[in-house]
Design a protein around this ligand. Sequence first.
Ligand SMILES: NC(=O)c1ccc[n+]([C@@H]2O[C@H](COP(=O)([O-])OP(=O)(O)OC[C@H]3O[C@@H](n4cnc5c(N)ncnc54)[C@H](OP(=O)(O)O)[C@@H]3O)[C@@H](O)[C@H]2O)c1
Length: 231
Amino acid sequence: MNKVIFITGSNKGIGYEIARQCGKRGFHVIISGRDEKRLKKALENLHTEKINADSLLMDVSSLESIETAASQFNSKRLKIDVLVNNAGIIIKGDYKLLQNDRNILQQTINTNSYGPLFVTKVFLPFITSPGRIVMISSGGGVLNGEVAGWSPAYCVSKTLLNAITKQLSYELKDKNISVNAVCPGWVRTDLGGSGATRSLEKGIETPVWLSLEASQELTGLFFRDKKVIPW
Ligand SMILES: NC(=O)c1ccc[n+]([C@@H]2O[C@H](COP(=O)([O-])OP(=O)(O)OC[C@H]3O[C@@H](n4cnc5c(N)ncnc54)[C@H](OP(=O)(O)O)[C@@H]3O)[C@@H](O)[C@H]2O)c1
């Protein structure tokens, strides 16, 4: 049976491209997102490329939605070899923590930080041992250096995601499930914008490597360009 990779937020952008590349390498891919129409179209496109793919409608900022998706997944009688927590947002108007509407911080953290935590928790019974969890983080969350100065709620949410990654790597060590974070670089997507310096193909290189090829021993680490970087 083909190995299964489940990628959140994969009806477009980095998540979709990870799904496509892993699908081409023989994985059964499960794509996901909130926008049902876009999800359907993405699934059709993968099928056109003869990729073995299914979809799950899921909003990672809602525990109820995650639980509903998990019970639908359960009926497929599949296991998950690789979980990629990729879904993420930057909310318009995320300029200053002291000036932002409170909802901006809450919604950003619910999606970018608690989302990956609760998806991991709810889908954990399906994850194989050995297994892999990849968190799509960002250089914006790094604390080792100057503050980037852009989208502060987003950056805080990725710092929290990094901390969650580290804790989960410890908690899942005895199950032989690796948990790592990755910065894809600045990638041309709807979120990254057209002025970003990296193509999608370049941006997904390290996430795909971590999902498929990196040593199972590597866990609790933060990567960029297949190299460990400081948190
Ligand atoms: N692009 C960059 O330069 C860059 C750099 C560093 C890190 N990243 C990270 O890479 C990841 C993917 O970003 P991207 O650039 O590919 O962005 P994108 O093109 O905007 O795609 C975001 C994806 O996340 C989904 N999503 C958003 N909110 C969601 C929610 N609440 N529940 C479920 N799915 C949700 C979207 O689908 P729906 O709207 O249908 O839900 C979409 O599939 C994010 O975590 C981002 O922070 C990106």
